[in-house]
Design a protein around this ligand. Structure first.
Ligand code: IPE
Ligand code: IPE
Ligand code: MG
Length: 241
């Protein structure tokens, strides 16, 4: 779904390249994550300022637990302090949502997430969605499990399971599909991000930039590239029939 001003309704970003950014500077990887967190805060504000409706950022994948414990700990510590800053989002009219399995985190983090969502729930600006302990396959399997439970309990009939009902069982229920997916850092893959929701997204891979160096102008570049694309959704362009 694209809006009239040519802005995509929903942008997804795979915030990749923090480790390489740090390595190039001879710094520990955790410094890359810190710089990446700062880039993220700037981009979220900018997205709100230009009137973007939905921005989903890939913060931590279900596979990222494979990393060394001290790296995972440093990411969780950054998350904890960022959650404390989120009270300010209400003032900025940004609504915050989290997707992924948050039960893996300590109780205080889960409580902070719930508080950030509750505090900002009436905001009418950008909806900022953070994918944390998120995996696309885990999300789809979870939806299937919940549908099976509801069918078993007689709440829905198996015949009622179609694309629209399935979407309602995903973490992203009620959120429009991704229009534009951006990945910096030179990797050309989805890495298990929003598998269902990117079925017809436009992909913009930006190999010349690592996430901590991603600027509002870099987002503008991706948005310009998006505007130049012709989206057909399986149909034909106007005038081709
Ligand atoms: C992305 O940067 C952040 C997370 C996955 C948490 P990386 O840490 O993957 O950075 P590279 O890919 O190693 O450079
Ligand atoms: C994807 O990046 C996850 C996040 C950015 C949070 P990764 O760095 O984990 O992906 P791979 O391992 O290169 O596919
Ligand atoms: Mg990476």
């Amino acid at each position: 779904m694209a809006t009239q001003n040519g802005l995509p309704t929903h942008v997804g970003i795979i915030m990749d390249g923090n480790g390489r950014w740090a390595k190039r500077r001879g710094l520990p990887r955790k410094m890359g994550h810190r710089a990446g967190a700062n880039a993220f805060k700037t981009i979220a504000r900018y997205a709100n300022k230009i009137g973007l409706r939905y921005l989903t950022a890939y913060v931590f994948s279900t596979e990222n637990w494979k990393r060394p414990k001290d790296e995972v700990d440093s990411i969780v510590a950054l998350l904890r302090s960022y959650l404390d800053e989120m009270d300010g989002y209400r003032k900025e009219n940004i609504r915050v949502l989290f997707i992924g399995d948050r039960t893996a985190f300590d109780a205080d983090i889960q409580a902070k997430m719930a508080r950030a969502e509750e505090n900002s729930k009436n905001a009418t600006g950008l909806t900022l969605i953070l994918a944390i302990n998120y995996g696309g396959r885990a999300e789809i399997a979870r939806a299937a499990r919940r549908i099976a439970e509801d069918a078993k309990a007689g709440k829905i009939s198996p015949d009622a399971v179609d694309e629209s009902l399935f979407s309602q069982y995903l973490y992203t229920a009620g959120i429009p599909d991704v229009d534009l997916l951006i990945r910096p850092s030179g990797e050309y893959r989805l890495s298990n991000f929003l598998l269902w929701q990117t079925a017809y997204a436009e992909y913009v891979f930006m190999s010349g930039v690592l996430w901590p160096d991603f600027k509002p102008e870099t987002l503008d570049e991706a948005l310009a590239e998006y505007r130049s694309r012709s989206r057909r959704f399986g149909g034909l362009d106007d005038g081709d029939s």
